[in-house]
Write a protein that binds this ligand. Structure first.
Ligand code: PMP
Length: 381
């Protein structure tokens, strides 16, 4: 039986990364491919306490408001220095991207993304048949100079999507200038900026940079990378009018999120002393792992690879000159190591020489062994 998909579904590009994850689960493969936080650093003991406390009240197992459990909205508002009415809790920040695309984008309206792109965002915009314009990312984040040139020549996006800290996959953090300029352009040309920021708390070097200022910004955050992805708690911080629109739409999506999960998250996020210590521990570990990965790149691939030194987050974006990393992947899997080829994140540019290496999920010795296997694969290409 052949059932045709909707036109919207046809326009969504499959995620090469999801397909890859299946392969990386094969025994013996060291995966530098996944976008997952470290399982061994998930605070299971503290989460178990939060679960016990949440379930002490049976309302944890009831339906809840489409905007989220009040206690969780308040805990997030407190962390974000926002008002609870500006916060809507979603099923991970991915659902926020999907709901915002449905709420704000008509078929054919323009959405600007970075190239390389966070594929989950691209898919959300493709699902509503947006016209995608991809601008090559710079070392200072979203390409505001190119954006301005395009705006001057008539481009009128509804949304500009940006990952302000430790961009997935390029690792880039937007400079203060980029953030301010994006806010100014949003005001001048009337678009909304979505500041997608699941990694901001995971900074292990340098000073944090203030978020994008202004009223035309929707900020997305997530518990996935600091607590656990399975909580499926993300949030948007937006003007109450947008929160109202998304609240209405959300009723057609899933009615509401899980009160149980949100109560656990509220318990964890409002234990601010514990949270600060936990995030410090995470950052310290990620710093050790990032250093182990880049030391291994030096040791095993020195002279053949360039990379951007990670300052936080989970990814190292690298380039192997004159190597097509999509061709390298099967050889790497044969040697027992996985990574994501740059092309998986490419929209308009080719990015065939690039690769995304995650340092988050493996301990230092395995990161070194993974890079050694990558070098062997390259030798056999
Ligand atoms: N935004 C970015 C940039 C991401 O990398 C991810 C996860 N890979 C998400 C959003 C979605 O994360 P979650 O739904 O778990 O909050």
């Amino acid at each position: 039986m052949s059932i045709p998909p909707s036109r919207a579904l046809e326009s969504i590009r499959g995620s090469a990364i999801r397909d890859l994850l299946a392969v990386t689960e094969r025994p013996g493969v060291l995966s530098l491919a996944g976008g997952l936080p470290a399982t061994d650093l998930i605070p299971t003991g503290r989460i178990a306490v939060a679960a016990q406390r949440a379930i002490a009240d049976a309302s944890a197992l009831q339906y809840t408001a489409s905007t989220g459990v009040a206690r969780c909205r308040e805990a997030i508002a407190h962390l974000q220095c926002a008002a609870p009415e500006q916060i809507l809790i979603t099923h991970g920040s991915q659902q926020a991207l999907s709901l915002l695309a449905q709420a704000l984008v008509d078929p054919g309206s323009t959405v600007v993304v970075d190239d390389p792109v966070y594929v989950g965002a691209l898919q959300s915009f493709q699902a509503v048949c947006a016209r995608i314009v991809a601008l090559p990312i710079t070392g200072a984040g979203t390409n505001v100079a190119e954006l301005e040139t395009r705006l001057r020549s008539g481009l009128r996006p509804r949304i500009v999507h940006t990952v302000s800290n430790f961009h997935n996959p390029s690792g880039v953090t937007a400079s203060a200038h980029t953030r301010i300029r994006l806010a100014e352009l949003a005001d001048q040309y009337g678009f909304l900026a979505i500041e997608d920021d699941p990694y901001g708390a995971l900074r292990f070097t340098g000073d944090p940079i203030d978020p994008i200022p202004g009223d035309r910004v929707i900020r997305l955050g997530s518990a996935s990378k600091i607590l656990a992805p399975a909580l499926r708690v993300g949030w948007m911080q937006a003007p109450p009018s947008i929160v109202g629109m998304v609240e209405r739409l959300r009723q057609s999506a899933d009615l509401c999120g899980s009160a149980f999960s949100q109560l656990m998250t509220a318990d964890l996020l409002s234990d601010t002393g514990w949270l600060a210590d936990h995030v410090d521990r995470l950052c310290a570990q990620y710093r050790v792992r990032a250093t182990a990965l880049t030391d291994a790149l030096d040791r095993h691939l020195g002279g053949r690879i360039d990379w951007r030194p990670p300052e936080g987050g989970m990814f190292c974006w690298a380039r192997l000159h004159d190597v097509d990393t999509s061709n390298l992947l099967p050889a790497a899997l044969y040697q027992g190591v996985a990574f994501v080829p740059g092309r998986a994140f490419a929209v308009s540019d080719d990015l065939g020489e690039y690769l995304r290496l995650s340092f988050a999920t493996l301990p230092p010795a395995e990161l070194d062994e993974g890079v050694r296997r990558l070098a062997t694969a390259l030798d056999h290409l």
